[in-house]
Design a protein around this ligand. Structure first.
Ligand SMILES: Cc1ncc(COP(=O)(O)O)c(C=O)c1O
Length: 392
């Protein structure tokens, strides 16, 4: 393997620099450990930026499923179907709200599918979608149109008819609805926006507003599923069901899978010719996703997600930091709100230096989102590094 310096140099020479990357090349990973290309070891409490969310790096059960599928069939296009994509779809829909799925490769694409589905279901003339300040729905033109202005700069004009209101403000949602509104999209927990959890009353009120106005409710669960928050899907914390749900990141067990789940009411809206994705439902990726879903079930990882979140919060609380104003989230998606005396980005960089990977979110929040399989000894060691960095 090349040295880290050579890979980083090759990256800046050959790869478009659209990411603010750190000068590190990932070499290999196992569980909640990651080694860079020079062999430095990191505890990874943010695996794959969410995509390693269920089982961390190279879980043997997922790797076995991928190897077996790699020797069987890699790809075939959507003139045909395959068993792994049926297996994954069954696991998703049976643990959610029934319906059917459309496959693609990313969260942004899943949201594009949801937008098209909702417009088609609403009928001609109804095209407006309501979304929420501090949300993030992806970087395609559709996803960007739903996401706050900062991300849109330079790419205007956006899709017409997108209205943003504050999460928690039902009156604002009601005021934003008109005859042209087709649906509402919400993250049941805003992950990039600061790990913001809406109230049960708000989510139930939102559901009712959608019902009363014949709007479809989309839950963007790209970050929060499967299992991360202690339920299969985060909407299940709020006593509601969406009409449409989008998934990506961890649903692929580490491989690229995007999913748009349409509930029974709208499962038959996308008919041949309305939407597509050549490699969507690819058997290799679907096999990895199905193996990850099976792991959640076999190893009772939903309960484990709750225990992990509690352990992270307990460690921070026990350290008694004045600069921590709130710890929020659900299950193993934890946001640590810092005051102005300390910068989350500086803490993240210090952790990197000391062999720990965590991340930050908007508004000075530290984000910890370990694999649901993380060993407690590794988690505790990682939290020790984080706490030392915060003390420093
Ligand atoms: C809630 C949410 N939706 C959509 C996306 C876009 O996903 P992707 O990067 O896979 O396109 C993200 C990415 O972070 C996300 O957090």
């Amino acid at each position: 393997m090349s040295t880290q310096a050579a890979i980083v140099e090759g990256t800046s020479k050959y790869i478009i620099e659209n990411y603010g990357r750190l000068p590190m090349a990932a070499g290999r990973g196992q569980g909640s450990l990651l080694w860079d290309a020079d062999g430095k070891e990191y505890i990874d409490l943010f695996p794959g930026f969410g995509s390693g969310g269920v089982c961390g790096h190279c879980h043997p059960k997922v790797s076995e499923a991928v190897k077996a599928q790699a020797d069987t069939l890699l790809s075939h296009g959507n003139l045909f179907t395959n068993e792994p994509q049926v297996d994954l779809a069954k696991r998703i829909t049976e643990n959610a709200f029934g319906g059917k799925v459309f496959y693609c490769h990313s969260g942004a694409e899943a949201n594009e599918a949801a937008l098209k589905l909702v417009r088609l279901a609403a009928g001609e003339g109804r095209y407006k979608i309501i979304s929420f300040n501090n949300c993030f729905h992806g970087r395609t033109m559709g996803g960007l149109s739903l996401t706050p202005e900062g991300f849109q700069k330079g790419f205007e004009p956006m899709l017409p008819g997108n209205v943003k209101v504050d999460m928690g403000d039902l009156d604002a949602v009601a005021a934003a609805i008109d005859d042209e509104t087709a649906g509402v999209i919400i993250e049941p927990i805003q992950a990039e926006g600061g790990v913001n959890v809406p109230s049960v009353e708000f989510m139930q009120g939102l559901r009712k507003l959608c019902d009363d106005n014949n709007l479809l409710l989309i839950c963007d669960e790209v970050w929060t599923s499967p299992g991360r928050t202690g339920k299969w899907f985060a909407y299940q914390h709020f006593g509601i069901e969406p009409d449409v749900m989008t998934l990506a990141k961890a649903i692929g067990g580490g491989l690229p899978v995007g999913v748009c789940v349409a509930g029974p009411k709208c499962a038959d809206v996308l008919v041949p010719g309305t939407h597509g994705c050549t490699m969507g439902g690819n058997p290799l990726c679907a096999a990895a996703g199905a193996a990850a879903m099976k792991l959640i079930e076999d190893e009772n990882l939903l309960d484990r997600a709750v225990a992990i979140g509690q352990r992270v919060a307990d460690a921070i609380n026990a350290a008694g930091f004045d600069c921590v104003t709130e710890i929020r989230g659900k299950g193993a998606l934890v946001g640590i709100q810092l005051d102005d005396s300390i910068q989350a980005k500086d803490i993240m960089m210090k952790c990197m230096e000391n062999g720990l990977i965590i991340c930050i979110a908007k508004n000075n929040v530290l984000r910890v989102a370990p694999a649901l399989t993380v060993e407690y000894s590794v988690l505790d060691k990682g939290m020790g590094i984080l706490i030392d960095a915060m003390k420093g």
